[in-house]
Design a protein around this ligand. Structure first.
Ligand code: GLN
Length: 190
């Protein structure tokens, strides 16, 4: 199995390093030919407006939607989560392209600006009892989930920050930046 990491912009190297540590083959995806060679895809954190524009420019938007429709597992972290969402609350930039695959409403920059970035220990029942150390960098949150979506983690104040819908996984934070591979393992198991 080869896991693709969308490598247009953002934190893709860190995802690759994590996957390689798990003994998984990876491929940086920038072209439709590369997408065709992978069985799973991670959309990393970065800047969702930039990644969205590059998805269009590199002819990847339609092909990724097509692969998702065929059941390919996709995981979006942070900006990647925004791109996966069917709806983007407020912070959507006029004409911003997005994949619109997952039945969630994502709110960009929900915790404020870059300086308001933070780390916290999250309870994630799907990963067992040990809390997951989560790094939030100018992170989005999930305002709303559809019926088919399972919430995987919320902050103490109730804001949803991780969710799953069939083969789609979304995390508002960056699991590739800590040594804890449990979210990567969860994704590989979808
Ligand atoms: N704030 C960024 C956005 O709206 C996401 C930040 C991140 O991916 N770390 O796209």
């Amino acid at each position: 199995m080869t896991v693709g990491v969308l490598a247009l912009q953002g934190a893709f190297i860190e995802h690759e390093t994590m996957l390689q540590g798990l003994g998984v083959a990876t491929l940086q995806v920038r072209l439709p030919e590369q997408l065709a060679q992978v069985e799973r895809l991670i959309i990393p954190g970065g800047e969702s407006t930039t990644i969205g524009k590059l998805l269009v420019r590199f002819d990847l938007l339609g092909p990724i939607q097509q692969r998702a429709a065929e059941g390919m597992p996709i995981w979006g972290t942070c900006a990647g989560m925004i791109l996966l969402a069917k709806e983007i609350a407020e912070g959507r930039v006029e004409g911003q392209p997005a994949l619109g695959l997952m039945d969630i409403t994502a709110r960009r920059n929900a915790f404020g600006r870059q300086v308001d970035s933070f780390e916290t220990n999250l309870q994630v029942p799907a990963l067992g009892e040990v809390p997951f150390h989560a790094v939030f960098i100018r992170a989005p949150q999930i305002d709303k989930v559809g019926e088919a979506v399972e919430t995987l983690a919320s902050l103490d104040d109730g804001r949803i920050v991780a969710a799953r819908q069939a083969k789609l996984l979304a995390t508002a934070f960056h699991p590739e930046l800590t040594g804890d591979a449990r979210f990567h393992e969860l994704f590989l198991g979808l």
